[in-house]
Write a protein that binds this ligand. Structure first.
Ligand SMILES: *Cc1c(COP(=O)(O)O)cnc(C)c1O
Length: 368
């Protein structure tokens, strides 16, 4: 039992900025004098329309979304985008190029194969996905329908620092776990999608940013709810959208703006990641990051505890147990990878990382 809020390193759903939670709490019972909660109002009411407009404007101005793109809110999670993207963007007779950097792209490959002809442009599977393929390793199809990538692999702790060059082929990026954590050039993408529950708010809403012309590829006989066109034509209001999630996303974008926008957020995130990676690298081999240095994620920091020359699952179990008791949540690595993982999204404050590092140093002293 904790009386205070703890240090939250959950991978997703994950920490939400405290000022956002407090604002939502303030407005919870009576939103803006409407006498009701956001959850209790019609999605076609004036107050909700204004909330939706704030969410769209927040994304547009914070991420710098050009005018020829639409900003959509869709349900079904990032995982549904693994299907919607190929259903809408595939061109019969052309290839879908996918860069396989681990679990999330593997799922997108599985779904894309049901729709079209997939070329795995590169994979680092033989190296356990502990690095990202380099540009010269990409076997891209010159006239592919699109190229699919994952900007930040939440599970393996890898993150692109520069975009692959697709030589003019439309680029689709799964940014679920690093959206709004760094500056990006939206115009280099044809489509970006991100489940909200890592950096944008609660689960249940997925942000899709799509260059409008891309939506015109889709067969009009696709199920209505699976066409991007439907969401564009109806401003994400074809049916009832996840209203509370959109509200929380609007608050989160406004919070980012108050902090100085993506530039300021990125500076914070660089410093946070450096604090943690430095602690790992300077632990005399007690903690080790298995991820290729150049590809290390600023959002998901994977590491292992070593006893002598090999990782010790016993020490890792002990670490997680003691950390939880001390108020550090979510440090267990993904079940497919093992080890430890600290997810340090936008909402995780520098102070939480400083405290974690102190705990890690103390644990190393006692068990090293
Ligand atoms: C979490 C995550 C997903 C899956 O999101 P859901 O909303 O659970 O479908 C997909 N891709 C990446 C990179 C993720 O981090």
């Amino acid at each position: 039992m904790f009386k205070e809020r703890i240090h939250n390193f959950n991978a997703g759903p994950a920490a939400i900025p405290l000022p956002v939670l407090k604002k939502a709490q303030d407005e919870f019972l009576n939103y803006d004098g409407t006498g009701m909660s956001v959850m209790e109002m019609s999605h076609r009411s004036k107050p909700f329309e204004a909330i939706l407009a704030r969410a769209i404007d927040g994304v547009k101005t914070t991420l710098g979304v050009p005018d020829d793109y639409a900003i959509l809110f869709i349900q079904g999670g990032a995982s549904m985008q693994f299907s919607m993207v190929p259903m809408n963007l595939n061109i019969p007779g052309k290839k879908i190029d996918i860069i396989n950097t681990g679990a999330w792209t593997a799922k997108s490959i599985k779904e894309a194969k049901k729709v079209g002809d997939v070329n795995i442009a590169a994979t680092t599977e033989s190296e356990n996905f502990m690095r990202l393929p380099k540009q010269e390793e990409l076997n891209l199809t010159p006239d592919a329908a699109y190229v699919h990538m994952c900007a930040n692999n939440t599970i393996f702790g890898t993150e692109y620092s520069t975009l692959p060059d697709t030589k003019g082929v439309p680029l689709v990026s799964d940014m679920s776990s690093n959206i709004a954590s760094r500056e990006i050039d939206v115009s280099k993408h044809a489509l970006i999608f991100a489940g909200a529950q890592k950096n944008l708010g609660p689960s249940g809403v997925t942000l899709v940013i799509i260059r409008k012309d891309m939506a015109e590829r889709a067969d009009k006989n696709l199920p209505t709810m699976l066409q991007y066109r439907t969401y564009i034509e109806n401003n994400s209001l074809y049916n009832t959208p996840p209203t509370f999630g959109i509200y929380m996303l609007a608050l989160t974008m406004e919070h980012i703006k108050e902090l100085g926008g993506l530039k300021a957020i990125e500076v914070r995130n660089i410093a946070k990641a450096k604090t943690l990676y430095d602690a790992i690298d300077n632990s005399n081999g007690f903690y080790r990051s298995p991820v290729n240095k150049a590809d290390r994620s600023r959002m998901n920091v994977n590491y292992r505890i070593f006893k002598g020359d090999s990782p010790s699952e016993d020490l890792e179990k002990q670490f997680i147990k003691e950390a939880e008791a001390a108020g550090f949540a979510g440090l267990k690595g993904h079940r497919s990878v093992g080890g430890l993982r600290a997810s340090i999204y936008n909402a995780v404050e520098q102070n939480s990382i400083t405290e974690l590092v102190k705990f890690m140093q103390d644990f190393a002293r006692k068990n090293g």
